[in-house]
Design a protein around this ligand. Sequence first.
Ligand code: NAG
Ligand code: NAG
Ligand code: NAG
Ligand code: NAG
Ligand code: NAG
Ligand code: NAG
Ligand code: NAG
Ligand code: NAG
Ligand code: NAG
Ligand code: ZN
Length: 314
Amino acid sequence: MILFAAVAAVLCLFAPGAHCASTTIPWCYHDPSCNDSQWATIVPQYCNGSRQSPINIVSASATANANLTAFTFDGFSSTSAMKSLENTGKTVKVTLNPGVRISGGDLSEAYDTLQIHLHWGNGSSVPGSEHTVDGKRYPMELHIVNSKSSYNRNTTLAVEDSQGLAALGFLIEELKDTTGQPAAWKNLSTLLSNISLAGQSVSLAAGISLDDLLVGVNRSNYYRYLGSLTTPACNEAVVWTVFKDTIKVSKDLINLISSSLHINDSSSPVMVNVFRNIQPAQPVSTQPKDSTSSSTKMGFSLGLMVLGLMLRWI
Ligand SMILES: *[C@@H]1O[C@H](CO)[C@@H](O)[C@H](O)[C@H]1NC(C)=O
Ligand SMILES: *[C@@H]1O[C@H](CO)[C@@H](O)[C@H](O)[C@H]1NC(C)=O
Ligand SMILES: *[C@@H]1O[C@H](CO)[C@@H](O)[C@H](O)[C@H]1NC(C)=O
Ligand SMILES: *[C@@H]1O[C@H](CO)[C@@H](O)[C@H](O)[C@H]1NC(C)=O
Ligand SMILES: *[C@@H]1O[C@H](CO)[C@@H](O)[C@H](O)[C@H]1NC(C)=O
Ligand SMILES: *[C@@H]1O[C@H](CO)[C@@H](O)[C@H](O)[C@H]1NC(C)=O
Ligand SMILES: *[C@@H]1O[C@H](CO)[C@@H](O)[C@H](O)[C@H]1NC(C)=O
Ligand SMILES: *[C@@H]1O[C@H](CO)[C@@H](O)[C@H](O)[C@H]1NC(C)=O
Ligand SMILES: *[C@@H]1O[C@H](CO)[C@@H](O)[C@H](O)[C@H]1NC(C)=O
Ligand SMILES: [Zn+2]
């Protein structure tokens, strides 16, 4: 996940000076001198921490937590929530207009939804999700970045709080035997040719909602753990939610996304394999299995006990 403002501000804490505001950490995905094998050296304060993301989620080890209730998604159905689409040089990012927020889902308060972005590998044949589930890496992963509403969209403040950010992760799977699906993904993909160079962006006309991008996912079922940003400065400030259902995207669009963007100018490499490798495991929780039928069972056995007592009295 990308948070340039936070990255710059965090660096300022360690290297205060006149040029502080324009400083960015020189990290990358593609070159051994700055790829994720070096991040713990580049930002040892955070990237070498003990609750780093992403992780491999072992589904059988996820503990049951009945507090992991449904979320409320405000503004996700709005067709004018998306403001612009940008090539950041590290990912493709949609910046959202104010007014989008999430709550519920065992979060301590409402969180403002700031931006969404993607991680990918190299086409549909080289997967590039950040989280893996039971060792499986998916073709891509969509991240929705949210910041505690009480911080008023100030990510400098949010990354100082161990739960200041809430990230929603959606694993992307290949939708077979079709092209140009889902329609909302196709729509945004046609704009990638307008932002092939780092720093380029286009305004987004009204028409597509966040819900349109999240088709086919039952957002009641998810994994939860406490982790970090997956890009430097790797701040350990993130409540992670990774949904169990995947978004299905046709192969042509997956291939287009991983072949359309340069990491800098037109002579620079094409943006591929933009994901961080797996970090040490963390405790993961999820919804209790079959909670409705277990309460039904409980009611049933209580009924039997009462019946048994009544029979004894007879
Ligand atoms: C990152 O660089 C290291 C060498 O420092 C190399 O072994 C590794 O394969 C590189 N990772 C990627 C994803 O290119
Ligand atoms: C990361 O932390 C470990 C101890 O947890 C330490 O051994 C290692 O040298 C640190 N690496 C860097 C690059 O600071
Ligand atoms: C669920 O929430 C209650 C009330 O906040 C808390 O006491 C309990 O520890 C939580 N359970 C888990 C598994 O986190
Ligand atoms: C990505 O895939 C393309 C063709 O599928 C290949 O030409 C290119 O070398 C690959 N890039 C990397 C970095 O593996
Ligand atoms: C965020 O909060 C910090 C600390 O209060 C403040 O210095 C900074 O100016 C704020 N940033 C923005 C963009 O408001
Ligand atoms: C994207 O580029 C095409 C072709 O150059 C152009 O017609 C279109 O207006 C551009 N779209 C935006 C949103 O800038
Ligand atoms: C994408 O959606 C916008 C807004 O609804 C619409 O104006 C545009 O024609 C669509 N583009 C494509 C290629 O479907
Ligand atoms: C989503 O999952 C929950 C829990 O498994 C279930 O109760 C609900 O019916 C599902 N919703 C849809 C639309 O399938
Ligand atoms: C990006 O391209 C510009 C213009 O060609 C160049 O000055 C700059 O050094 C490049 N940046 C990186 C990180 O390669
Ligand atoms: Zn991300």
